[in-house]
Design a protein around this ligand. Structure first.
Ligand SMILES: Cc1ncc(COP(=O)(O)O)c(C=O)c1O
Length: 245
């Protein structure tokens, strides 16, 4: 029998988010209200977007009859940290594939204390982890484990990120902005924006030129109809767009 679906549903049932107003003289002068959605306050260990990304991944694992999950991350991975804690609470066994040489740090110590088994992966293999030959090998070696990609970057992670913006936020705000790592969070936010909104994404990594086409291609459905309203780049890029737009 898999992990308990009802327990997981209950665990992720109430998501209380807080909105905090920021003071900015410049924004004030232009009569712009600047607020921040404090996703970091959702949960002490499963904070930020992790709450949303893990919700449907763990539910899916349970629904498919798994009692064990595995995922990937660097030695300071917030994703592994949150996953380890969630699994600890939900009675799910977890394995974390960690990039690079063996190290010891508070993040990984927490993961282990919460029962996550750590497996070290050399950087080259880690880089290739999504290639079928590496992934298939892993699935062969860990057949009893539900695989969650690095950063929760899959359809289930995206599904959760579509719940970040509430209806009242959609009514209240014109612009939603967020940082981009894997882009899962941004996809969810952009998908829930429409012609009334703009979605601004600030990538932490290089490759801006490919990100936009990735967003278009990787997206499963209608939701990227709002692409003209999506603005990607560094703050200067966005500023220029904003001033011109
Ligand atoms: C609140 C929040 N927004 C956005 C991001 C970027 O995440 P993603 O990898 O989904 O692009 C993070 C990263 O952890 C985050 O915590």
């Amino acid at each position: 029998m898999g992990a308990d679906v009802q327990i997981i549903k209950q665990f992720f049932q109430s998501t209380e988010t807080q909105i905090q107003s920021l003071f900015s003289e410049q924004a004030g002068k232009q009569q712009i209200q600047l607020d921040v959605l404090r996703l970091d306050l959702i949960h002490a260990q499963i904070s930020g977007n992790k709450w949303f990304k893990l919700k449907y991944n763990l539910l899916q694992a349970a629904e498919q009859g798994f009692t064990k999950v595995c995922s990937f991350g660097g030695a300071y991975s917030n994703h592994l940290h949150a996953l380890a804690y969630a699994c600890h609470c939900l009675g799910i066994e977890s394995v974390g594939f960690v990039r690079g040489d063996v190290v010891d740090n508070p993040t990984l110590r927490d993961c282990q204390a919460w029962g996550m088994k750590l497996k070290w992966m050399d950087r080259e293999t880690y880089r290739l982890k999504n290639q079928p030959f590496v992934l298939n090998q892993l699935k062969e070696n860990y057949p009893a484990y539900f695989h969650i990609p690095e950063g929760g970057d899959n359809e289930a992670g995206y599904q959760g990120c579509c719940e970040i913006l509430s209806e009242s936020m959609q009514m209240k705000y014109d612009i939603f902005a967020c940082p981009i790592g894997t882009a899962t969070t941004f996809k969810g936010i952009a998908a829930m924006s429409d012609h009334r909104h703009q979605a601004w994404g600030f990538p932490a990594f290089k490759g801006l030129e490919t990100l936009r086409s990735q967003l278009e291609q990787s997206h499963p459905s209608k939701t990227f109809n709002s692409l003209p309203n999506i603005i990607l780049g560094d703050s200067e890029n966005v500023r220029q767009h904003y001033l011109n737009g």
